[in-house]
Design a protein around this ligand. Structure first.
Ligand SMILES: Cc1cc2nc3c(=O)[nH]c(=O)nc-3n(C[C@H](O)[C@H](O)[C@H](O)COP(=O)(O)OP(=O)(O)OC[C@H]3O[C@@H](n4cnc5c(N)ncnc54)[C@H](O)[C@@H]3O)c2cc1C
Length: 447
């Protein structure tokens, strides 16, 4: 069986590797010139770094197992994380229950309520009950409006903008749960994982293992159209004088709006289902500096007058000695694609952002910056609304032998490289099982 895979991010690469291991003929096409998708890395001083800040939680067992399987176990380090909260012109540490009790952005009894709600959420396993209530409604009821608005509400606004009030409680529960499992005890600090050669070393090793197992991987090329053919497979058209390619089965890992455009034969019902699920976009500025901005790794910005909503100082997690003494700071903002920052000229965006950095460190001077980049992603964060499980599109599409496996189908956990590995493993098992059991075309899950 010849299986095609569209997209060379973590999900597509994992699927290509597993399919090749299963003895199938595999061809993967990645439209951009590099592999890695949202987890892509690029060269910086003495090393490589992600376009978008990345780390792993200790609950990320699928990718951890894969990293070990690829022989990179020694590269994966579990390092202490350091979280801060910027409000009222100050950075306050937020590394556990004791820091929360000292967080003076709300009165003491509100902090106790926030602590109790967090402790409750850390213990709940039955997420189903959080499917039909918004995070805003549930958290406001549980901790009171003032505490909600000053803390979790501000974070939801920062991440989801105009959609903040629509986010289901199950998404918020997932976030708390993931962080809980990254601590061994409530009083012990959190440890996060990082492959020391960057996530690029993982996707490189994955691509190389897939090729060694027999997969063919193309970059800089992606289909413009996918249609079913008389032989019962799929025909991929690439345009620009490239020959059409026929495959027996095809896995698409691109975001849903791209898939909807690529496959004109999708039924109206399936198309409506996948296009009704939306994503937040992200714009991330990365600054290289000759000295640190702060001593915090992950700083949530709870001051709406700042134009970015998190400052992630990577070199306060993985030390500057790994990057020739340079310091790297991401300034992150999730937004909608019609927000002016999404299309703003990179130099103008950097110039605007840097005027705010002495709010975080009064000594900051623009001369500290030795290099800068701006990265953008349209499908950065699926928006998880009420009763999402009923809205999830199936992996088997109405077109025979055509499968969809993308981040909008990760649930109830939040998207992340771990779940793209899981998706790649699961979709391979489904395709191989369908082929072996001769599942008739179009009889699959077409929700
Ligand atoms: C700002 C930000 C921070 C993040 N932080 C973390 C983190 O700390 N930890 C973590 O685990 N995860 C993090 N993630 C999420 C993680 O990177 C993604 O969930 C994961 O990489 C998605 O992988 P994927 O393969 O499912 O999808 P993608 O990475 O989106 O891959 C899809 C691929 O399809 C390609 N493609 C599109 N159209 C075509 C076409 N026509 N033909 C061929 N190819 C095409 C794209 O170029 C892309 O490479 C973060 C993401 C963002 C945006």
């Amino acid at each position: 069986m010849h299986v095609g895979v569209i997209g060379g991010g973590v999900a597509g690469l994992t699927a290509a590797y597993r399919l090749a291991q299963a003895g199938e003929q595999v061809t993967l096409w990645e439209r951009s010139n590099h592999l890695g998708g949202q987890a892509v890395s690029f060269p910086v001083a003495h090393g490589r770094l992600e376009y978008f800040y990345h780390h792993l939680f200790q609950s990320d067992t699928d990718i951890t197992a894969l990293i070990h399987e690829l022989g990179l176990g020694d590269e994966l380090q579990w390092l202490p994380s350091d979280v801060g909260y910027f409000a009222d012109g100050r950075i306050q540490p937020l590394n556990g229950a004791l820091d929360l009790l000292k967080l003076d952005v709300v009165p003491f009894h509100d902090r106790v309520r926030i602590g109790l709600v967090t402790a409750y959420l850390q213990r709940v396993r039955d997420w189903k009950k959080f499917e039909s209530v918004t995070a805003e409604a549930w958290l406001t009821r549980a901790m009171g409006e003032r505490a909600y608005k000053a803390t979790f509400g501000a974070q939801l606004d920062a991440k989801f903008g105009r959609y903040a009030g629509d986010i289901a409680m199950v998404w918020f529960w997932g976030k708390i749960w993931l962080r809980t499992t990254s601590r061994r005890s409530p009083l012990e600090g959190e440890k996060l994982g990082y492959p020391m050669g960057s996530f690029g070393s993982v996707t490189d090793a994955l691509a190389s293992a897939a090729r060694t197992a027999g997969a063919t991987i193309h970059t800089g090329l992606g289909p413009e159209e996918i249609r079913s053919n008389a032989a019962g497979g799929l025909t991929l058209s690439f345009g620009d004088g490239n020959a059409d390619v026929q495959v027996d089965r095809l896995i698409v890992t691109t975001p849903s709006p791209i898939f909807a455009r690529l496959a004109p034969e999708l039924s109206d019902a399936y198309r409506a289902k996948i296009t009704s699920l939306t994503y937040e976009a992200a714009v991330v500025a990365l600054l290289e500096m000759d000295r640190p901005l702060s001593s915090t790794y992950w700083m949530n910005i709870a001051d709406p007058s700042l134009p970015f909503t998190a400052v992630i100082e990577h070199t306060n997690f993985v030390g500057p000695e790994h990057y020739g003494g340079r310091h790297y700071v991401y300034l992150s903002k999730y937004l909608e694609t019609d927000h002016p920052y999404f299309t703003k000229d990179a130099d103008e965006l950097i110039a605007e952002y840097t005027t705010y950095l002495n709010r975080i460190n009064p000594a900051f001077d623009a001369s500290w910056i030795t290099n800068s980049w701006v990265f953008r992603e349209r499908a950065a964060q699926p928006i998880i609304t009420l009763n999402y499980s009923e809205r999830l599109p199936g992996h088997r599409t109405p077109i025979p032998n055509l499968y969809l496996a993308n981040t909008s189908q990760i649930y109830p956990e939040d998207r992340g490289t771990n779940y793209s590995v899981r998706l790649g493993n699961q979709i391979t098992a489904m395709v191989v099982d369908d082929a072996r059991s001769g599942v008739p075309w179009g009889s699959g899950d077409q929700r």
